[in-house]
Write a protein that binds this ligand. Structure first.
Ligand code: ADP
Ligand code: ASP
Ligand code: MG
Length: 415
């Protein structure tokens, strides 16, 4: 019998009425002859509320070091509620169903609390439940460490739970959410955004890591590594209502229609750190980025330039907003080794990116990007490129304007 993983995000299980609709969608797949494992997120807004509780009670409030393992105990609880409620609802509809928490399967994760990675999912217990005709309703976002502690997989991590379970069960994964697929850009920002029938794993990976939150980045990495067929589709339909095909995330070779640019993504989760008056000699970058790496701060875009004074340089780079203050403290603490004159941080920045595998073989993509932004008077602060994307850092106030201008410049509204 064929197996299927169905994942429902927070807005799809936001109240009992929506949970009943999810149950009807699950029932339809069972009736179509599938063995179904369902992965659920917490109700919309619940995880934010739980995170706020930990801020109030936790280390930050008392000036103590963070206890990330207890953070995970708190924030993982939202998914326990929805898993139980959905299992109950399915039973009320006459189906065999039970809930599964991360430790019960088990979904074994490493101990990087708050952003843990899944190490292993032994498929035996889940497989046996499915073979016995039971729908497995799994709490997303959570795993268990080898020494028995709860670990969460980072925000948006239920997508990764779902793809990892599909990999373990060797079956496809349908991600149901509040949009009916992956669009050329966030449809909340650009109403002319078009749904993509297919997108390659590689492009989806870039879109996700550059800010499109429709899929968690790690879920795409995992789908790519284990060749899991992934579909993104809307949960806001009744079974039998033309559900649409959603978007299929697949190998590049399976996409017939070739595009140069497939999408525009943005992230407001950036902060820019500027260092002025650095000594212009070997070892300076190593001192800066070595200290940040030792403290687990991820650095993204980097640009170095000559200062007006001879023999000095300036450096600008970006880090996640959450890490900005810590990064500045680390740099100040290493002032004697680095030897800069001044450090400043700017949190009013956003990163806007265009993504497309067609860039590998077409010149001129960057030119169109810079031209479109110049026409709108948007100043570019930092640029970074890779084989299939170009990102620019701009003033956050221009984010929506820039996204819309680029969307139009590449003709994405006319796909
Ligand atoms: P869920 O709660 O189901 O996990 P998310 O809020 O995490 O849903 O992700 C869905 C949201 O992602 C959409 O509501 C949409 O605003 C946003 N989004 C950003 N970029 C895109 C894109 N390119 N295509 C579709 N949705 C996108
Ligand atoms: N509930 C978690 C979050 O809000 C995980 C998820 O929804 O995927 O981040
Ligand atoms: Mg999500």
């Amino acid at each position: 019998m064929s197996r299927l993983v169905m994942k429902f995000g927070g807005t799809s299980v936001a109240d009992l009425e929506r949970i009943r609709r999810v149950a009807r969608l699950v029932n339809a797949e069972v009736e179509a002859g599938h063995q179904v494992a369902v992965v659920v997120s917490a109700m919309a807004g619940k995880t934010n509320e739980l995170v706020a509780w930990t801020d109030g009670a936790g280390a930050a409030a008392q000036g103590l070091p963070p206890s990330d393992d207890e953070y995970d105990v708190v924030v993982a609880s939202g998914e326990q509620v929805t898993a139980g409620l959905l299992a109950m609802t399915l039973r009320n509809m006459g189906l065999k169903a039970r809930s599964w928490l991360g430790w019960q399967i088990p979904i074994i994760a490493d101990d990087a609390h708050g952003r843990a990675r899944i190490d292993e999912i032994p498929p035996e217990k889940l497989g046996a439940a499915l073979d016995a005709g039971e729908v497995a309703v799994i709490a997303g976002f959570q795993g268990v460490t080898r020494d028995g502690r709860i670990a969460t997989l980072g925000r948006g991590g239920s997508d990764t739970s779902a793809v990892a379970i599909a990999a373990a069960l060797e079956c496809p994964c349908d991600i149901y959410t509040d949009v009916d697929g992956v669009y050329t850009t966030d449809p909340r920002i650009e109403s002319k955004a078009r749904k993509l029938a297919k997108i390659s794993y590689e492009e989806m990976l870039e879109m996700a890591s550059l800010g499109a939150k429709v899929l968690q980045t790690r879920s795409v990495e995992m789908a790519m590594a284990y060749n899991v067929p992934v579909r993104v589709l809307s949960s806001f339909v009744e079974p039998g209502e033309a559900p649409g095909q959603g978007t299929i995330v697949c190998d590049e070779e399976e996409i017939v229609e070739k595009r140069i640019v497939s999408g525009v993504a943005y992230s407001r989760d950036e902060a820019k750190i500027s260092l002025f008056g650095l000594p212009d000699h070997p070892g300076v970058s190593s001192a800066i980025f070595g200290a940040l790496a030792d403290a687990n701060v991820n650095v993204d875009m980097i640009v170095q330039s000559h200062a007006r004074t001879a023999d000095t340089a300036n450096m600008e780079f970006t880090v996640g907003k959450r890490d900005a203050q810590r990064a500045v403290e680390i740099i100040r603490a290493n002032q004697p080794q680095i030897g800069f004159e001044d450090v400043r941080v700017n949190e009013d920045v956003a990163k806007v990116s265009v993504i497309g595998v067609g860039m590998r073989s077409h010149a001129g993509v960057a030119k169109s990007m810079f031209q479109a932004l110049a026409e709108k008077g948007v100043n570019i602060q930092v640029i970074s490129t890779s084989e299939i994307k170009i990102s620019v850092l701009i003033d956050a106030a221009y984010t929506e304007l820039a996204v819309r201008a680029l969307h139009a410049a590449y003709g994405l509204d006319q796909l």
